[in-house]
Design a protein around this ligand. Structure first.
Ligand SMILES: Nc1ncnc2c1ncn2[C@@H]1O[C@H](COP(=O)(O)OP(=O)(O)OP(=O)(O)O)[C@@H](O)[C@H]1O
Ligand SMILES: CCCCCCCCCCCCC/C=C/[C@@H](O)[C@H](CO)NC(=O)CCCCC
Ligand SMILES: [Ca+2]
Length: 595
């Protein structure tokens, strides 16, 4: 036996085979020895990918079953699987049971492995606040959590407080108002709508505590410390898919347990002096807005409603006039047509961290670097705005690729999760076959931007104006509201940074919600009069913001680089080696293999 504070080496048995096991800094490995003590096959597990170390013979299928013995210990770690066909990398719980020649040695291994876990995985969560939407997706949220997720949290020693929601926005309000002391993260069990609740809660809470107004689009918002975890259990789990690569509750749970951390760009949507909503995936006008509005009538169809509504809206062959203003991002850094993809350890995103937080000199409690000195009022509008006017089939803005099972490469395959930019896709009016070609290319690897009526720009901000007099929601209940997006304080303290904005924010949110209802009612009436295959096409569409309809047509969107962090690491780039093992790129960009 060879041992010091950080290293332990000895012979161990796995089943009837003898191994030389080594715990060496960041790795635990065991090498099969033959009768002549020659090395054979080595299995190596990074300490960061250990889930737990238990005394005795411990089974987990998925409930824990312990057989107490003096000389055994069981190691649980992450095991990767690939179901083929580009379906992504799934993680499951790997289990290896070791037998030691003495009890003393067994105790040393258990102690040393547990110490290594503490030392080398400091960002693991200890306590989580979990929200389950019992009605999301196929209504299996509770079952998924209790049968697949909770036992893994218990094995990893993570304590939880679980809230089964009883109404929409309960999770958001809980995060905004309740004491969150002691929690290292918040987790939702549900779909994109539940994620959005957590996103709004976490960002809102962080700005409240920093005394910043979410209404002012020029304010640099405070990045959020509290991590968000997503256990996919909705009908659309686009954010999970785009940040993990698969929609699988066990894979996501394991990412949460090991404290993975993926920064995410967030787009804030404003209307005049009002903050309206945040988006990470899609702010879409025209086709995607109409599909969402149409799908509301067919909720009873479940996830199929989007396909059905998609067909209806496609057949209606609508297009909409408007003016799009955008602030281009630095084209030297990356481009939406550079054929790259944002994978785990993406260097474009890592370099963006240095650009977004240039004087990173403080470490938050979660161990991540944030600047203490960046200006909260430095102008975000540096650069020349460009304008495109015309008639559009759809206008989409996405901070990430927005890939999902429906579209494996997404709305913008080369977009990055955390580069501080979004991709603006403008699809001009065209004949139905052309638009169908554009849509169909989302489902295969053909370039959807290589079409004469499509343009794509990498941007930092976007503003949209419908033709004059067409913002119907705006005219509806507020004849005084101006048409300027970057409005000044209207004198009621609504946009005043530093004032008592929390109260007015509530008032504003109420107004946004109220207008949403009125706007939606009016839209329903309009849709009744000119339905999908209608007599008269409406002149304005509606914005889809990550699956929610917005009550305003005129909007300003600003990208906030790396505003939140998820318990994820981005999509792992997979490949299968000639001997059938699965490989991936590690954080340093090197390929490693796993059995
Ligand atoms: N207890 C509840 N009752 C009703 N609605 C709820 C409840 N809890 C959460 N919600 C709301 O349900 C919406 C949809 O939930 P979720 O995203 O989990 O499922 P989904 O099936 O993917 O959603 P969608 O129906 O939007 O595709 C969310 O926007 C959330 O605000
Ligand atoms: C001929 C075949 C045509 C097939 C066309 C497929 C096109 C798929 C593009 C995929 C776009 C994903 C955009 C992501 C949207 C989510 O943030 C949002 C919230 O969950 N979902 C919706 O708005 C739900 C509404 C999404 C509408 C698709
Ligand atoms: Ca981005």
């Amino acid at each position: 036996m060879d041992t010091d504070a950080h290293r332990l080496e000895s012979s161990l048995w796995v089943g009837r085979k003898r191994y030389r096991a080594v715990l060496n800094g960041w790795h635990f490995s065991w090498t099969l020895l033959d009768k002549q003590n020659r090395d054979r096959k080595t299995v190596s597990v990074p300490v960061s990918e250990l889930i737990g170390v238990e005394e005795g013979q411990v089974e987990f299928q998925p409930q824990k079953k312990v057989t107490e013995t003096d000389r055994d210990f069981t190691v649980f770690s992450i095991k990767r699987h690939c179901k083929g066909g580009g379906s992504g990398v799934f993680w499951t719980l790997g289990r290896t049971q070791f037998y030691c020649p003495s009890r003393d040695l067994r105790d040393r291994w258990v102690t040393q492995l547990r110490n290594a876990l503490k030392t080398h995985s400091p960002s693991r969560p200890h306590r989580l606040l979990v929200f389950i939407n019992p009605f999301g997706g196929k209504k299996r949220g509770r079952k998924i959590y209790h049968s697949l997720v909770a036992p893994l949290f218990e094995l990893a020693g993570i304590s939880t407080h679980v809230v089964v929601t009883e109404r929409a926005n309960q999770a958001r309000d809980h995060i905004l108002k309740k004491d969150l002391t002691g929690f290292d993260g918040v987790v939702c069990v549900g779909g994109d709508g539940m994620f959005s609740e957590l996103l709004h809660g976490v960002i809102g809470r962080t700005q409240q505590e920093a005394g910043l107004s979410e209404h002012d689009p020029t304010v640099t918002l405070q990045p959020c410390d509290l991590h968000i975890g997503i256990i996919p259990a909705g009908s659309t789990d686009c954010v999970c898919f785009a940040t993990v690569g698969v929609n699988d509750p066990v894979t996501s749970t394991l990412h949460i347990i090991i404290g993975d951390s993926q920064p995410l760009d967030v787009c804030s949507v404003h209307h005049t002096s009002l903050f309206v909503r945040y988006s990470v995936s899609l702010v879409g006008y025209g086709f995607y807005g109409d599909v969402l509005a149409e799908s509301e009538r067919y909720r009873w169809m479940g996830p199929l409603r989007y396909d059905f509504s998609g067909c209806m809206v496609f057949l209606s062959n609508r297009s909409y006039r408007g003016k799009v203003y955008f602030l281009p991002a630095d084209s030297q850094l990356s481009s939406p047509r550079d054929n790259t993809r944002c994978f785990a350890g993406c260097h474009v995103c890592s370099e963006s961290t240095e650009r977004l937080f240039p004087q990173s000199d403080s470490i938050s409690h979660t161990g991540f670097l944030y600047s203490t000195q960046y200006s909260q009022h430095s102008s975000p509008w540096e650069g020349e705005w460009e304008t495109v006017e015309g008639e559009f089939k759809c206008i989409s803005l996405t901070c990430m690729s927005s890939c999902c099972p429906r579209s494996p490469l997404g709305l913008s395959p080369s977009a990055h999760l955390a580069d501080g930019t979004a991709d603006l896709i403008l699809v001009r009016d065209t004949h139905p076959l052309g638009f169908l070609t554009y849509l169909h290319r989302h489902t295969n690897s053909q370039d959807q931007f290589d079409l004469p009526f499509v343009e794509v720009h990498r941007v930092k901000a976007v503003r949209f104006s419908p033709p004059p007099g067409e913002d119907e929601a705006e005219q509806l209940d507020d004849p005084d509201s101006g048409g300027t997006v970057m409005a000044e304080d209207d004198g009621q303290g609504e946009t005043a940074a530093g004032g008592d904005w929390t109260g007015s924010a509530q008032h504003l949110s109420a107004r946004v919600q109220e207008r949403g209802v009125v706007g939606t009612k009016k839209r329903a009436k309009r849709d009744f009069l000119c339905g999908p295959c209608c007599r008269r096409s409406p002149s304005v569409s509606v914005w889809n913001c990550d699956g929610e309809l917005l009550p305003f047509t005129e909007v300003l969107c600003r990208v906030h680089g790396q505003l939140v962090r998820l318990f994820a690491r981005g999509i792992e780039e997979e490949f299968v080696t000639c001997n059938g093992t699965l490989g991936k790129k590690n954080f340093k960009g090197r390929y490693i293999t796993h059995t």
